[in-house]
Write a protein that binds this ligand. Structure first.
Ligand code: FAD
Ligand code: SF4
Length: 510
């Protein structure tokens, strides 16, 4: 055997870089379903099922393409527990001259596979992943010599470099960012309240078999599989992309910050899992969105708002991950030490916004960005949960969770645990923010504008407690000064009441 091409669960593209020069007469593909990838964090059933089902569908595509495949199934008794142990066993039997691997999505996996190859004395060739616009080296070059990093500047560079939404040397329409036009309240009075239903991909025989396996083997893991309908093949993912750009992209921008009870999808793309599994390329997603803008079917504001998430944020967080790991995962700049409340795993809480976001997360393996950042993430930040535990939760529960994207979003953007490398200020707010974005507070036993007393909203109590705890740290912070000044005006007796209420909340974990 000449080359053994290693294909991980998030590398499911027949055109991927690892297949360059593939010769079916001399080379073979290796894939393995191992328990450790579902247990190193307490992975949810939807997340495990998405990965395994997509892998098994990809195995079919590989065989149809005539590429020899060594595939280890989780339910075969001799399958090893970890990727490195399985690879070690297979290297002894297959004896390839060389291993080919595209950069994995996880630093832990990269180092484990490199170690397994080195132990076996087999050369491992690492190839860059073409499923991104930029490489970690591009990001390092951008970051070099800069005092602070800001997504916006990185994003503008990429717009110019790849000619996305550009009009010659200028941004299309004259502005780089149209967010002021994008914030609209979602509700029965506005357009688009009659939500288009995104396509559902009902489980076929392969997926049903995986669902049965996951239910049996990972019975104690969080989440449910009764409404499982994610795109799992390249063809399904392309169909999901087309449906999104035609039906939901026009109103993506205006409603991207909305939260509506019982409506998990709103106008979001639901494409993150397909993108992260490499069933779609970000280039084709951006091209499809830009084409709608240029055809006049989507406003520049909405199209640009969407493209920024992919060409901007998605690339930026990956750059941070690969240039800062492994130390990045240890960040705890605010010295947060509390345990994650147990109800994060069940949704069993009286707080209506959290109950809604977590229940839907467990049912679908999905919540949109504002729910992740300003409901589950915000609560953990204000409560003071240890960042590593918050990270483990986000990596477990979402079907799109792969460490390169999950970790910077959690540690950096939502928990400020990197001390401000990724986000210019902690994303803090009281319950009043949530009451502006959704009608959930009206269905809650708490009151978003009360910070002490029996009906005080825990977000609001903990928001003021956060400012009190970090008053000195943020006193001179340019973007928090106003909020910190507000705290300065609070009398000592009221401070004590806030602190006591916050302490009581933490001791009962609501
Ligand atoms: P849309 O809202 O329709 O956005 C379109 C696309 O833009 C997404 O599919 C995604 O590829 C990209 N995107 C949007 N925001 C981001 C972002 N902040 N970082 C990177 N890409 C982005 N995204 C993941 O893919 N995997 C994760 O594990 C993940 N964990 C997160 C954890 C936290 C605490 C937070 C605040 C955000 C996280 N995100 C993660 C980013 C974002 O919330 C999801 O990408 C998005 O909700 C996926 O849904 P969608 O496809 O409907 O996205
Ligand atoms: Fe959430 Fe507070 Fe509103 Fe209840 S009152 S839904 S806890 S923000």
């Amino acid at each position: 055997l000449r080359h053994l091409v290693l294909v991980l669960g998030d590398q499911l593209d027949l055109e991927g870089a690892a297949f360059d020069g593939f010769d079916a007469a001399h080379d073979a593909v290796w894939m393995a379903e191992v328990a450790e990838e579902s247990t190193h964090v307490w992975s949810s059933q939807p997340r495990i099922a998405v990965f395994l089902a997509a892998m098994r569908h990809f195995a079919v595509a590989l065989r149809e393409a005539g590429r020899p495949l060594h595939y280890r199934r989780l339910d075969e008794p001799e399958t090893r527990a970890s990727l490195s142990a399985q690879l070690a066993a297979d290297l002894a039997a297959l004896r390839p001259q060389r291993l080919i691997l595209t950069r994995p999505g996880d630093w832990r996996v990269l180092t484990a596979l490199q170690a397994a190859a080195a132990d076996a004395g087999v050369a491992l060739e690492l190839r860059e992943d073409r499923h991104f616009f930029t490489t970690p080296q591009d990001f390092a070059a951008h970051a070099k010599g800069r005092k602070g990093l800001r997504m916006e500047y990185f994003y503008r560079e990429q717009r110019k470099r790849f000619g996305v939404l550009m009009d010659g040397g200028k941004p299309l329409g004259g502005e780089w960012n149209y967010d002021v036009e994008n914030r609209e309240a979602f509700g029965p009075e506005g357009p688009g309240f009659d939500l288009p239903q995104p396509p559902r991909f009902e489980p076929d025989a392969i997926t049903r078999e995986v669902i049965t396996l996951v239910r049996e083997r990972f019975a104690g893991h969080p989440g449910r599989l009764d409404s499982f309908a994610w795109p799992l093949t390249r063809a399904q993912s392309l169909q999901a992309l087309q449906a999104f750009v035609r039906e939901r992209l026009p109103l993506f921008g205006p409603y991207q910050d909305a939260i509506w009870p019982g409506e998990p999808w709103l106008y979001h793309a639901q494409l993150s899992a397909a993108l992260n599994l490499k069933l779609l390329t970000p280039q084709e997603v951006v091209t499809a969105a830009e084409a709608e803008v240029r055809a006049g079917r989507v406003s520049i504001a909405s199209g640009e708002g969407f493209i920024r998430q992919i060409l901007g944020w998605r690339e930026y967080v990956r750059g941070i991950y690969w240039t800062r790991m492994p130390a990045y995962a240890e960040g705890n700049a605010l010295d947060a030490r509390h345990d994650l409340p147990d109800w994060y795993w069940t949704g069993d809480t009286d707080m209506a916004c959290l109950r809604d976001a977590i229940t839907q997360t467990l049912a679908h393996g999905y919540a949109h960005h504002i729910q992740r950042l300003m409901v589950t993430g915000l609560f953990a930040l204000l409560y003071g949960v240890e960042p590593a535990q918050v990270h483990a939760w986000y990596l477990s529960v979402y079907v799109d969770a792969v460490e390169w994207v999950e970790l910077p979003n959690t540690i950096g953007m939502s928990q400020y645990a990197d001390g401000g490398l990724m986000a210019s200020k902690p994303y803090i707010a009281s319950g009043k923010y949530i009451s502006r974005q959704s009608p959930l507070c009206g269905r809650c036993r708490y009151r978003p504008d009360e910070r002490v007393g029996p009906q005080a909203c825990p977000f609001t109590t903990l928001y003021w407690d956060f400012l009190l705890r970090h008053e000195t740290r943020f006193a001179d912070h340019p973007r928090l000064a106003l909020q910190v000044r507000g705290v300065g005006r609070i009398a000592e007796a009221e401070r004590d009441r806030i602190r006591a209420q916050a302490a009581a909340l933490r001791s009962t974990a609501t």
